[in-house]
Design a protein around this ligand. Structure first.
Ligand code: BG6
Length: 504
């Protein structure tokens, strides 16, 4: 059994602070942030001196707001509602109503935070969480500064920023300029919630804590690596946002490239934040540059049409709410890319992600090279490639496939499979991504957040693809909902004599 040592959940309870959540009545706060805070409270991982101030545009009293949060926690927290624990958290939650562009609201907020500081002894420490539409990121940080809430002469002040961080490299640079004009880079926590997932953190442990794997982790032994993240759901009610994003910006620019960097990076000099991030950036800067010809050849985009999900008919993307009936937005992307460095020269990385696919699954599949066909030439058809699969979700674990003799008097070979599942055991309830991220931000550890140069490199990579797509017509829709994507995605790997793999 592989022991996961990545879940080091120590917390210095002397840390104190106020978390101010802009977008307090929004979906993210209710589905993810408040349940995560409750889970942390259950696990006694919140600082002793701690309060939450939610800011929203809708009117709510503190009591109304707590009532709503209670319902969300009941629905979405991984721990059952325990009234005693809720009561402990409940009295630390407050609500402030104002429009994010309204100066008088910030004046009231600053006064309110001072009161809370005294009441909870939080010493000026603040985390501003921007769970709002991206157009408000800039204005909120500027107003926080103008109203003296950032450099308040005491403690620490940090900002947590949800994705998307920009729409392209240029807008990301503009946004970054605004934010770094107020917060120093070390106090900026750019969220990629994939980094908070238990198995994403496990990638480094699996790679760098196992003699069995690390020496083989290179182009001498690995044939190809597949990074897949399939989703069963469509765009739900996020049509307006998704029309601007598409799978390239929504998944590849962030989550898929994070999967790639953690899989391909060199061992860092230490586990210190900057050492880890430096290695990740090196991978991004070694990504093969895409010419228009390469985009055409190695990148496939798709959009789902009507089809079936769990046996029931579902509409196509163009029929979804707030989606244009002739939308050109991709809901699927598959691509082949090389990491052009010594370790990976010649090894293709295949990336695939899409909505309305038959199952939900995120996996890293490492396929090893075949051995010389000398001893078992006669049984060649029976030999399967060695596979190592890191299962990120929904199952969390590691799968290994190797060849073994089939029991019996005849000499035959059959693949043997070892499947370690970390979250299958009853009672093993992995922390949610946001739990880990809030926890880390509160204790000032930004290792699981993206540094500016990571963001910059990943925009550079996806911008080239986006720019090329603008020049070419798409033939959407090109895959039915509930299928594995367009035929061209199969052809992309078939051209190299390979297949997409999925391990159940
Ligand atoms: C989000 C995307 O960042 O990640 C969504 O905006 C996507 O479109 C989601 O559904 C996937 O996250 P997870 O954790 O469900 O794999």
């Amino acid at each position: 059994m592989i022991v996961n040592t990545s879940n080091v959940f120590n917390f210095n309870t002397d840390t104190s602070g106020i978390m101010i959540i802009f977008g307090g009545t929004g979906d993210l706060t209710h589905r993810k942030l408040m349940p995560a805070l409750y889970n942390l409270q259950c696990a006694q991982k919140l600082p002793a001196n701690f309060a939450v101030v939610a800011v929203g545009r809708r009117y709510r009293s503190h009591e109304d707001y707590r009532y709503e949060v209670y319902a969300s926690i009941k629905n979405f927290a991984r721990f059952d509602m325990q009234e005693k624990t809720w009561h402990e958290l409940r009295r630390k939650i407050y609500y402030q109503q104002f429009n994010f562009t309204d100066d008088s609201g910030y004046t009231r907020l600053a006064d309110f935070l001072k009161q809370i500081d005294e009441q909870y002894q939080t010493w000026g420490n603040r985390i501003f969480y921007l769970a709002v539409a991206p157009e408000y990121f800039g204005v909120i940080v500027e107003k926080l500064q103008a109203h003296g809430m950032v450099h308040n002469g005491a403690g620490w002040q940090r900002v947590m920023i949800e994705k998307p961080f920009g729409r392209d490299l240029y807008s990301a640079q503009q946004l970054n300029q605004k934010i770094t004009g107020v917060f120093a880079e070390k106090n900026i926590y750019r969220i990629d919630h994939y980094l908070g997932k238990e198995m994403m953190q496990n990638i480094m442990v699996i790679r760098f804590a196992n003699m069995l794997l690390e020496p083989l982790w290179n182009n001498q032994f690995i044939d190809n690596i597949q990074l897949t993240s399939c989703e069963k759901v469509g765009v739900k009610d996020r049509g307006e946002y998704y029309e601007q994003a598409g799978a390239l910006l929504d998944m590849v620019q962030n989550h898929m490239l994070q999967l790639l960097t953690l899989t391909a990076m060199e061992p860092p000099a230490s586990l210190d934040t900057e050492d880890v991030r430096n290695e990740k950036v090196k991978v991004l800067s070694a990504l093969q540059e895409f010419s228009p010809e390469l985009v055409q050849k190695n990148v496939v985009r798709g959009q789902y049409g009507p089809g079936k999900a769990q046996g029931k008919p579902v509409s196509g993307y163009r029929q979804e709410e707030r989606v244009s009936p002739d939308s050109n937005t991709e809901t699927f992307i598959a691509l082949k890319v090389h990491v052009e460095n010594f370790r990976w020269a010649g090894v293709p990385f295949y990336i695939r992600t899409g909505k309305r696919m038959p199952y939900k699954s995120t996996q890293i599949i490492v396929q090893f090279k075949p051995l010389p066909k000398i001893l078992y030439a006669r049984l060649n058809g029976q030999m399967h490639p060695n596979l190592l699969v890191i299962k990120i979700q929904p199952q969390e674990g590691v799968f290994i496939q190797f060849n073994a003799k089939k029991p019996g008097t005849e000499s035959q070979i059959a693949p043997a499979q070892m499947d370690f599942c970390q979250n299958c055991t009853d009672g093993l309830n992995s922390p949610e991504a946001y739990e880990r991220l809030l926890f880390d931000a509160l204790r000032g550890d930004s290792t699981l957040f993206t540094r500016w140069d990571e963001v910059e490199h990943s925009w550079r990579f996806v911008d080239t693809i986006a720019a090329n797509w603008k020049q070419q017509d798409s033939t959407f829709p090109n895959y039915p909902a509930g299928s594995l994507g367009p035929r061209e995605a199969e052809e992309l790997v078939a051209r190299d004599d390979r297949k997409w793999l999925h391990i159940k």
